[in-house]
Design a protein around this ligand. Structure first.
Ligand code: NAD
Ligand code: UDP
Length: 315
């Protein structure tokens, strides 16, 4: 019989790619989403596909699932800074109540549980690159804290349900990921810059543009997630691309593909991390995982996807 996975946030950018991958691998998929930041168009191609089901549900509210489950993947959460600043209470709820509700479902169904945590739990890191052993430099009261602390709580809940209630758990810490299906209005830097460049607008560089991020293409991330679920141990795994770019270097990469671009400097948001780069030794050693798609190549597909969606009228 086919294995069955619940993917919370299934209509979002990253989790919709996970729905595709699990269906391709022969699993049945139950996507659970309340569409607060996700979109029907991300999963429209799956409607009517054998083995795919959609449940429209807020996971922060207790709910039940009929039938067996082999795995529960918790990806529901606003993820872009503009989304979690617009939805601060909902972000805190989905990272606390939502995580505990889904851990209980995993316990009842004897399903393996995987938590989508984030590099944001390292805050503005004082260790570089960041290893999983780094405990972080996070503000508990700054504007980003609703997201960062909700994810830190989620990790604590996962460890608690593992030790006290015997749930088989995994934790991944995802670093900045990009690719097709990111909304044009998502607000994160790669989609912002591409949309601005395609519209002939100035690219909005926050601060001096010398802050760094490491950008992972979504197919590499999905491959890492499947490996952690199948073969990882219960301690956190960093999943990200160690290639590190300043925002000004990202501007240059986009200009190489779209043509000349102008930039405008805007104020740096409060508590914006200065540097970020994953140490992926653990995932490499345990799982044989490393990203394969360089930024230049990933940008080609992302630009093509956004170009097509803007042409089709996406705002
Ligand atoms: P996204 O906003 O596209 O997807 C999140 C999905 O969760 C959306 O479909 C949204 O409607 C749904 N959702 C939110 N709250 C919900 C709730 N209470 N009940 C049901 N559904 C709910 O974001 P994304 O970039 O695809 O991120 C997906 C997950 O991966 C998030 O948990 C995020 O924290 C994590 N993550 C992503 C990145 C990244 O770079 N994309 C980095 C680190 C962590
Ligand atoms: N950023 C930028 N211009 C934008 C959007 C973001 O310069 O239009 C910067 C932002 O200040 C941060 C980096 O790009 O330093 C990554 O931001 P994003 O929101 O993509 O992710 P996060 O800050 O959560 O890593």
């Amino acid at each position: 019989m086919a294995r069955r996975v619940l993917i919370s946030g299934g209509a979002g950018f990253v989790p919709s790619h996970l729905c595709d991958r699990f269906l391709k691998d022969g699993w049945h998929v139950l996507a659970v989403d309340n569409f607060c930041t996700g979109r029907h168009s991300n999963i429209a191609h799956l409607q009517g596909v054998a083995g795919f089901e959609l449940l429209e549900q807020d996971v922060s509210v207790p709910f039940t699932v009929a039938g067996p489950l082999d795995a529960v993947l918790h990806f529901a959460s606003p993820a872009s800074p503009i989304d979690y600043l617009r939805l601060p209470i909902e972000t805190l709820q989905v990272g606390s109540l939502g995580t505990m509700n889904l851990l209980e479902i995993a316990r009842e169904k004897r399903a393996r549980f995987l938590m989508a945590s984030t590099s944001e739990i390292y805050g503005d890191p004082l260790e570089h690159p960041q290893r999983e052993s780094y405990l972080g430099n996070v503000s508990s009261i700054g504007p980003r804290s609703v997201y960062d602390e909700a994810k830190r709580f989620s990790e604590a809940a996962v460890m608690g349900w593992r030790s006290a209630r015997g749930v088989d758990t995994k934790i991944i810490r995802i670093f900045n990921t990009y690719g097709p299906r990111m909304k044009s209005g998502d607000g994160r830097v790669v989609s912002n810059f591409i949309v601005q460049a395609l519209r002939g607008e100035k690219l909005t560089v926050y601060g001096d543009g010398l802050q760094t991020r490491s950008f992972c293409y979504v197919s590499d991330l999905v491959d890492g997630i499947v490996r952690v679920l199948e073969r990882g141990d219960h301690m956190p795994y960093n999943l990200g691309n160690p290639g590190e770019f300043t925002m000004l270097e990202l501007v240059q990469e986009i200009a190489k593909q779209i043509g000349h671009v102008d930039i405008v400097h805007m104020p740096l948001p409060k508590d914006d991390p200065t540097r970020r780069k994953p140490d992926i030794t653990r995932a490499q050693t345990d799982l044989g995982w490393a990203p394969t798609v360089p930024l230049q190549e990933g940008l080609v597909s992302m630009i093509a996807d956004l170009r097509a969606r803007l042409a089709a009228g996406e705002e």
